[in-house]
Design a protein around this ligand. Structure first.
Ligand code: ATP
Length: 365
């Protein structure tokens, strides 16, 4: 186990115009599970590969356990890696695949047998130890890759989208298992994914990346609750955060959102007339009623689509020219075309600058 310290790391691939990773600094604590989350091409894998020693940065430094490893070859970093493609050796048995890292480290026979038996049991591979990978399902092959990574006593475990080749159900089951295994091992883990659900459920902290940079780093729920910019709110969460154009009233005391007044945060009262974006999560919007007169302080909207999810019902509503997602209790009854009155509880609203899309102020007062 070890801490990781990344300082001002940047990298541009030969022939590339933009930096794949741009001035990234990140400290990962000993035993922490850190998720790198972001859309395709944002630089997650490049950062992970520089940590692994498979790519060299153009500048900056990387330390593992206090030791500068920036230019150290991969095999001298004492890391384990699990890739998206199972990357198991097809001609070797499951047993030999799991033992691979131990064999190359010249571990003794008894040690290898003990470790392989332990990992196989943990990953439910004991009955398959003598099979070849071709005789396994995709999920089992990925278990072999994980078993191979955890048998060596690595300082840091690196995983690059390890679940993305599995079908939805298997993915969810394996995610829980993986979390338990890593939790029990207590090994420092860096996990790359573009799946926001995985990031929220697995990470002690999540680093959200965009265009080679970390744009927000924090506890998953804090990042979900208060995205630092519109991009993060739109990327994290299913459905994504809703955004509504709004204006601070000329006296600066209120926010006008599609003709409905809400109190403005004290810190913004000097910026009268300013255009803002209100961010609000689907589950935080309350339905104050349907049809008839609008209760005071509510936003009228038209129900467009109703999608039951089992535990709730996801509503798509239109308010002016905006579409919003609202999560209502499963028992909620209304039909497409009905008018629903939405209440936006002030403490759940996040305000973003209309031009820069950056968080302005956490909560209206
Ligand atoms: P994905 O989720 O699709 O794997 P990512 O966030 O991991 O994406 P990277 O693979 O790190 O992103 O890629 C970052 C940028 O660097 C992209 O613009 C990509 O096209 C570019 N890139 C990645 N690998 C190479 C390479 N070997 N040569 C040139 N450009 C590369």
């Amino acid at each position: 186990m070890s801490s990781v310290s990344i300082r001002n790391v940047h990298k541009t691939y030969p022939g590339g115009t933009d930096r794949a990773t741009d001035d990234v600094s990140l400290d990962i604590a000993d035993g922490e599970f850190l998720v790198l989350l972001g859309p395709s091409g944002c630089g997650k894998t490049t950062l992970l590969r520089m940590l692994a020693g498979l790519e060299l940065p153009d500048g900056g430094s990387i330390a593992i356990g206090g030791r500068d490893v920036t230019y150290l070859p991969a095999h001298r970093r004492n890391l384990s890696m699990v890739f998206q493609s199972y990357a198991v050796f097809p001609h070797r048995s499951v047993r030999d695949n799991i033992a691979f890292g131990l064999t190359t480290r010249r571990a003794g026979r008894a040690e290898i047998d003990r470790q392989v038996a332990w990992a196989a049991e943990l990953l439910q591979l004991t009955p398959y130890l003598d099979r070849k990978p071709a005789q396994l399902s995709g999920g089992q092959r990925q278990r072999v890759a994980v078993a191979r990574a955890i048998v060596v006593d690595a300082d840091v475990l690196l995983m690059d989208e390890p679940l993305s080749n599995l079908d939805a159900l298997l993915r969810m089951e394996f995610r829980t298992e993986l979390k338990k295994i890593v939790q029990d091992l207590g090994v420092t883990t860096v996990y790359v994914t573009h799946d926001q659900g995985e990031a929220l459920s697995l990470g002690d902290r999540v680093a959200v990346m965009r265009s080679g940079r970390i744009v927000q780093l924090g506890d998953p729920l804090a990042v979900y609750d208060t995205p630092s910019e519109k991009f993060v709110g739109g990327f994290l969460g299913s459905p994504p955060m809703n955004f509504l154009a709004a204006t601070l009233t000329p006296d600066g005391d209120r926010i006008d959102v599609a003709g409905t007044d809400l109190p403005a945060p004290a810190a913004l009262r000097g910026s009268a007339g300013r255009d803002v974006l209100l961010g609000v999560r689907a589950e935080n919007i309350e339905i104050a009623g349907t049809g008839g007169d609008a209760p005071a302080g509510t936003l009228p909207a038209r129900l467009e689509v109703r999608e039951p999810t089992g535990s709730a019902v996801l509503l798509t509503v239109s308010a002016g020219d905006r579409e919003l997602k609202v999560s209502a209790p499963a028992s909620f009854r209304a039909d497409p075309g009905d008018v629903v009155h939405l209440r936006l509880p002030p403490h759940t609203l996040r305000l973003y600058d209309a031009a820069t899309h950056q968080l302005m102020e956490n909560r209206p007062s």
